[in-house]
Design a protein around this ligand. Sequence first.
Ligand code: DGL
Length: 262
Amino acid sequence: MIGLFDSGLGGLTVVKEVWQQLPGYPVIYLGDTARLPYGTKPAELIRSWSRLNVDWLFNQGAEIVIIACHTASAWAFDLINQNSRRPVFGVITPGVRQALATTQNGRIGVIGTPGTIRSGIYQKKIKELDQSVQPYFQSCPLFVPIIEENWMERPGVREIAEEYLKPLVNQGIDTLILGCTHYPLMRGTIEQIVGQEVTIVDPAQAVVQEVKNFLIKNQELAQKIKRSREHRFCFSSQPYQAETISRLCLGQTIKTEVINDN
Ligand code: DGL
């Protein structure tokens, strides 16, 4: 199975990518709903929860793990990856690579949770890969609760999104990284505000592409993953709005399992 974890339901946007790019590969998804939101919590907590989540997925039989959550990737990916004997993927570097390949004017905007933006990880990775690029950042703390409530089309939401996004547009960005698993669910509103001149990068596409390339080179592992049976969607507490969000992300409802051992 391909293991994925996120703080909640937002990571289903990454499952959607797995289903599109890697059909036939079963997934085991862990949404850490008991500890949601991650975006406002301290780094030490995110690191220890992320380690527990990755271990849990491997113990359940995942052969590889995607840390779908940006906040967890920001604070914990390097540490977990360095210490893991099994393949672990994070969303930050693949998203940055895609944005660098996209930008024409070297001005990239990044939106994310307060934790992701505060971590400075996007700044670090962008500068590591291309010194000449100028990144601009904005945390959007209201987006996650709006999306978890399925309030994306309600009055007032556009104005909130404008508050967050206009400063980035005014900096002349031509590329915008959606640095949170939830944000693709608000893509329509975001696109309307930033306009057609700005290309939106969803790192989910890039990380799943990276996993795909890895599996092409590791056929034995790929065949082993395919041998497991069905998809599993596990949560550390009963997820709120699971039906609505899973329909929006995956076009279908999911059978949820509540676990109590991570
Ligand atoms: N899914 C998280 C992320 O991608 C955001 C939600 C939260 O704050 O827990 O960063």
